[in-house]
Design a protein around this ligand. Structure first.
Ligand SMILES: [Zn+2]
Length: 477
């Protein structure tokens, strides 16, 4: 028996088998069961989310020999014909390949003839936005006053390209992209049914790579099964997708948090040795940072992925919200810039160095002379936080300006005094309070103190811009 690709073999045959899209299914089921049927339906959504699948099930429901119902029998002649793609009364048109006005006119000329065997004659037009203007006119004519036995099911990835006159004659349903969880659990289910061994992490990787499309997920799964000689393992999927294990990324982030440049470069080289898809590696890192920001936010939501939860929590507890945002922004811009770097591996390494460059440098904070002329080009912005690590630093030194500050919150001083400038504060609260008082002090007119006057100025400037602003200023300009 010849191998049937998973996407075809597991194409849902009824509404119960469709993954997601509950909002659309509910409306269709209600319409079918109460027999309140419109003559034209438009399904929009990105590729592989089930537009034509749902349209075919709908067609089956309309023409099932047992009667119009949201639960087509699946065994009658009509249902079987639709499933096999040879129903005479279901006319499927791929507008992407048939845009000539003659084709459409010829097809739509037949609208006047009653269905051959079923209840309805159903036109399923896929990628309907690709029709030519003349074809749209021909379609519009049929849409205006169709005979009672005609139904139009239109599908498109780009509804905005449809003429308003067509849109206004259709019931519109917008299909959503599938979530990673929906895709992953469907893959898990299918592999269980197929009795194919798999690792949960491998399926997670495939689900992420499918980017909301179930069809893409199933194609990737087919590929992974072939690649892994009958089983789906994390390592083979990583190689296949050009991703690398998240363990590498965690090591990288850990080195970044510890400001261990040597370790960071070692880990970068380890990653480069795998010759991965760098854009994908960056995307992975970005999604880890996003999970960290989420955990760190007041929403305090734990990462959805239990496998990663602990590591994400432990990393994010050693970073401030601002730092996470800054790293996120750097990675986002960096991924974009990989394309234009002369060599992707070098570009990736440079990106890692950039993460380090924009980190607060504890050592420098200590030895930092107030004038700070060591790295003239980027120093004021990149090291602003380390150079002027806020209340903590100045207070320890009994900074005159801080003492002049009348509105200082005593609890803030206590919190930030607990965290010496050379170490990263363990709790986010302390760091945030520090930042806040820094901002406050920035609003005070600089005292006539020649050495620190400049420092205060920069600190206020940096914080008013915000860390994100810094990154953007440097990268965008
Ligand atoms: Zn049937």
């Amino acid at each position: 028996m010849s191998y049937q690709v998973l996407a075809r073999k597991w194409r849902p045959g009824n509404f119960n088998e469709v993954v997601g899209q509950e909002h659309v299914l509910q409306a269709l089921v209600n319409a079918l069961d109460s027999n309140r049927l419109h003559h034209a339906y438009l399904f929009s959504g990105t590729r592989g989310v089930g537009k034509t699948t749902i349209a075919r099930i709908f067609a089956k429901s309309l023409n099932c020999d047992t009667g119009i119902s949201s639960r087509p029998c699946g065994t009658c002649g009509s249902c079987l014909e639709v499933d096999a793609g040879r129903s005479i009364d279901l006319i499927e048109i791929d507008a992407a390949s048939r845009t000539g006005v003659d084709d459409m006119r010829e097809l739509l000329d037949n609208v006047q003839y009653a269905p051959t065997r079923g209840r309805f004659k159903i036109y399923l037009i896929d990628e309907v936005h690709m029709l030519s203007r003349h074809s749209f006119n021909a379609l519009l004519k049929s849409l205006e006053e169709p005979p009672v036995y005609i139904k139009f099911l239109l599908a498109t990835t780009d509804p905005q390209k449809l003429p308003v006159t067509v849109l206004s004659r259709c019931l519109q349903f917008n299909l959503k992209r599938m979530s990673k969880q929906q895709i992953q659990s469907q893959l898990q289910y299918l592999l269980g049914e197929e009795k194919i061994e798999s690792e949960s992490n491998a399926l997670g990787l495939l689900a992420s790579a499918a980017d909301g499309s179930m069809r893409d997920a199933l194609s990737l799964l087919d590929q992974a099964i072939a690649y892994g000689a009958g089983s789906v393992k994390q390592q083979t999927v990583e190689t296949m997708l050009g991703t690398i294990s998240r363990d590498y990324l965690f090591k990288l982030l850990d080195a970044l948090v510890r400001q261990d440049a040597a370790e960071m470069m070692r880990e970068s080289r380890n990653i480069i040795a795998h010759n991965p898809d760098y854009a994908r590696v960056c995307a992975e890192m970005i999604s880890l940072l996003q999970a960290m920001a989420f955990y760190k936010s007041d929403a305090n939501i734990e990462p959805a992925d239990d496998m990663l939860g602990e590591q994400i929590i432990s990393l994010s507890e050693r970073l401030s919200v601002e730092e996470i945002q800054l790293y996120y922004q750097i990675m986002l811009r960096g991924r974009h810039d990989l394309n234009i770097s002369p060599d992707e591996a070098a570009g990736f390494e440079m990106l890692m160095l950039r993460l380090l460059a924009f980190s607060p440098d504890p050592g420098q904070a200590v030895e930092q002379p107030a004038t700070g002329k060591k790295k003239p080009v980027v120093q004021p912005l990149t090291t602003s936080k380390a150079e002027f690590p806020g209340a903590a630093n100045s207070e320890d030194e009994g900074h005159p300006l801080d003492m002049d500050e009348p509105t200082r919150d005593p609890s803030a001083s206590a919190a930030s005094a607990d965290s010496p400038p050379a170490t990263r504060p363990g709790s986010n609260g302390a760091q945030r309070v520090g930042a806040q008082s820094d901002l406050e002090s920035g609003h005070v007119e600089p005292e006539p103190e020649p050495e620190t006057g400049e420092a205060i100025h920069w600190s206020s400037f940096a914080y008013e811009l915000g860390l994100l602003g810094q990154a953007q200023m440097i990268f965008l300009n």
